[in-house]
Design a binder for this molecule. Structure first.
Ligand SMILES: Nc1ncnc2c1ncn2[C@@H]1O[C@H](COP(=O)(O)OP(=O)(O)OP(=O)(O)O)[C@@H](O)[C@H]1O
Ligand SMILES: [Mg+2]
Length: 261
């Protein structure tokens, strides 16, 4: 919450329902975010996270209720979704007038790809392609950025580099962000508030308290993680092992991440 000074609220979804055949995926869901807030959305596979994001992005319509998003929404998906027949710069400026080229070059520089503007998408690494997708969203100066597991396909090191990059960019642009992720740690490290989607609604929310420098203290990470795991109905493996062996607490392991897909 420390990143914001003005507390303008955006009521993005009001009583939103979405059905697919007989399946009720979203059920009267309400979602409000504060301008400049970074909100992470967690939930089991199939809980409706992408469905909600598609509605917010205007790519789908609710069966009931209302979606109200500000003008200018940027979306970044798990795959970069670049057009292979366009070079990087043309991918970033697609649909924009030629006057946007200077801003596009700035956006590419911001994501560390100043030297790749004339490269072809097929020659890029996964992390580079994702950074192009980020630049494509940024150049439109969105008030709201939607991310659907944007780091899910990246290796661990690239993922950490992307975390650092997006945190810098979000802070610089004071963007409001809704980030879908499977990764509880990623949610706590990146978001001001973590929401759990369950039963078609936001069933729980957890607020993350940061240190003055914006980092998340280790104890805060552990506490919020434990809270979220319990909301997600997932026993942490460490706790289960301790229970089984009646051993004292051990350091955290990577295995405690959600592996739902
Ligand atoms: N276009 C569609 N037609 C029919 N069913 C759909 C459609 N889109 C989504 N669904 C169903 O809605 C449910 C929610 O899907 P959604 O993609 O929103 O889940 P998710 O929370 O994003 O899951 P994951 O974490 O695996 O990405 C799933 O059961 C899915 O099969
Ligand atoms: Mg999804």
């Amino acid at each position: 919450m420390s990143r914001r000074s003005v507390a303008d609220m955006l009521q993005l979804a009001t009583g939103v329902s979405r059905f697919f055949g007989a399946q009720r995926v979203l059920d009267g869901l309400d979602l409000t975010v504060e301008e400049g807030e970074v909100v992470a959305l967690l939930g089991r596979s199939g809980s409706g996270k992408s469905t909600l994001l598609r509605l917010l992005a205007g790519l789908d319509k609710p069966d009931a209720g209302q979606v109200t998003v500000p003008d200018g929404v940027g979306v970044v998906f798990q795959e970069a979704r670049l057009f292979p027949w366009l070079d990087v710069l043309d991918n970033v400026t697609i649909g924009l007038p030629r006057t946007a080229r200077a801003a596009a070059l700035d956006a590419l520089a911001e994501v560390g790809l100043a030297d790749k503007s004339r490269a072809w998408p097929l020659t890029l690494s996964g992390g580079e392609a994702q950074r192009v997708a980020l630049a494509r969203a940024l150049v439109r100066e969105p008030r709201l950025m939607l991310f659907d597991e944007p780091f899910g396909a990246l290796d661990a090191l690239t993922r950490i580099a992307m975390h650092q990059l997006v945190v810098r960019i979000w802070a610089r642009h004071a963007t409001t962000v809704v980030l879908v992720t499977h990764d509880v740690d990623e949610a706590v490290l990146l978001a001001d508030r973590v929401l759990v989607l369950d039963g078609g609604r936001i069933a729980h929310q957890v607020t993350v308290t940061r240190a003055a420098d914006g980092s998340v203290p280790a104890t805060e990470l552990l506490d919020r993680r434990a809270e979220l795991f319990s909301h997600l109905g997932v026993e942490q493996l460490g706790a289960l092992r301790r229970q089984a062996r009646a051993e004292p607490e051990t350091p955290l392991s990577q295995q405690e991440r959600l592996a739902q897909t």
